[in-house]
Design a binder for this molecule. Structure first.
Ligand code: DX5
Ligand code: ZN
Length: 226
């Protein structure tokens, strides 16, 4: 099994929203993707940013955007993020009754398609849909807020997904989101995740770029087969 280098995606949810362009540039040379959390105050209680902010940010960085839609009715809104130049657009399984159709729409709009699984959602019903997706985002907290404590039991879903991806020879990133930091990333990597979202652990650090590099090194060392 060849292990692709891990992806580290800083989440701007933990950045200073009054200085977003600068905050993005701080991680520009260290990060693989930039994780953008879109919340609508319906699917989750929190409210963050939407399409106009993504469109404006797209002009200030070359980093690929990993857009995480925590919104209702993603079939209505998700393709707009692909049109705005997002690299990957992830929507929640719980919010969509035809995930495969939306994945197709996203791919034809030129983006990669991601499926997100929230804390209380089992992974098994979705495993057979994975050939339609490029990323699978497994929440390691309950979606909605940054700065929550990592839930290690949720890595069972990562293990199940990794087995399925490897035995099916699928080309899919398994991404974890929530509470990823220097003291949790190794167990997530060992469980089979190969893309890591980190908000607080990056933007709460004195040197965010260095924090990204450190996280990547830890993930790389802990990866199965490394
Ligand atoms: C929360 C978001 C996360 C959040 C993670 O629902 O999906 O991306 O930014 O923040 P930390 O890394 O602080 O747990
Ligand atoms: Zn997220």
């Amino acid at each position: 099994m060849t292990v692709p280098p891990p992806i580290v995606a800083p989440s701007i949810l933990a950045a200073d929203f009054a200085r977003l362009a600068e905050e993005v540039r701080v991680v520009e040379d260290a990060a693989d993707w930039l994780h953008v959390d879109v919340m609508d105050n319906h699917f989750v209680p929190n409210l963050t940013i939407g399409l106009p902010v993504v469109q404006s940010l797209r002009a200030v960085t070359a980093l690929p955007f990993d857009v995480h839609l925590m919104i209702d009715d993603p079939r209505r809104w998700a393709p707009g993020y692909a049109d705005a130049g997002a690299y990957n657009v992830t929507f929640h399984a719980e919010a969509c009754d035809d995930p495969v159709a939306l994945a197709k729409d996203l791919r034809s709009a030129g983006a990669k398609a991601g499926l997100a699984i929230d804390r209380d959602t089992p992974i098994e019903p979705y495993l057979d849909l994975l050939p339609s997706f490029d990323t699978l985002l497994i929440m390691t907290i309950k979606a909605g807020f940054g700065g929550q404590r990592f839930i290690p039991q949720l890595l069972d879903k990562v293990r199940a997904a990794r087995r399925h991806v490897d035995t099916g020879h699928l080309e899919l990133r398994i991404e974890v989101d929530g509470g990823i930091a220097a003291d949790t990333i190794e167990q997530a990597s060992a469980a089979g995740a190969d893309a890591f979202v980190a908000g607080t652990a990056v933007y709460g650090a004195a040197d965010p770029a260095q924090a990204v590099r450190h996280l990547r090194a830890l993930a790389e060392r802990a990866a199965p087969g490394a």
